[in-house]
Design a protein around this ligand. Sequence first.
Ligand code: LIP
Length: 266
Amino acid sequence: MTTDPLDLLELAARAAREAAAYVRAERPSGRVEVAATKSSDTDPVTRIDRGAERVVVDRLLAERPDDGVLGEEGGVREGTSGVRWVIDPIDGTVNFVYGIERYAVSVAAELDGVVVAGAVVDVVHGTAWLAARGHGAVRERGDVRETLRLPEPPPLASALVGTGFSYDADRRARQGAAVARLLPQVRDVRRIGAASLDLCSVADGTLDAYVEEGLQPWDHAAAGLVVTEAGGALGGHDGRPGERLVTAVHPALEQEFSAVVRACGF
Ligand code: LIP
């Protein structure tokens, strides 16, 4: 089986689009019923999250039966091919439950532990952010396909920064205090509610930077590659994205942004 990043990206994009179509078809009007909660009472999962993950996994394994899987809703299997798929079937689940139209399907392919392909599909609007390692990043909106390169950054004091908060109330209290210290040092803050869309916004220039603690691999695997293939700097507490911290920003602003993030207590 191929491990070419472009081939893996084609499959990731197809599976993500199929799942996005499933979510659009299944979502009722109004608020979506929560099937269960996970890490806290405010961390929901719906029948449609689980169904969307099955759509992605079934597509991927039908074509690549020897691959591994890591899915947010429990789709986990060891593989033998060296390729592992990292899946968030609905990133922005709370937005999905409430009907706030910012949620995405995120599918990434790792090869021997390194993300080499990533697809993020905005469920409502159909926009797709796609990246293959060494081949750049693009945004597709309808028939329009644009190559992504981060714009030159503004001074940090004029930067629009995305962030998010944990499902754990004690951690949210600390995060809120950190954001309060950050806010007067930047233009403004946006809390979109889906990490993959936050990161893709840095890649396409609709945000200048992003910082969040408490993310899982499925939240940032695909969109993190979109950021780096668009020329962005993806970082974290030890310089690498992880549960402790994820940052994304133009390389020219990275040192200053990272220092401010640390000083604010993220
Ligand atoms: C969400 C992230 C978001 C974060 C939320 C939650 P989910 O992922 O995309 O950035 O702030 O707390 O973790 O749970 O919707 O897949």
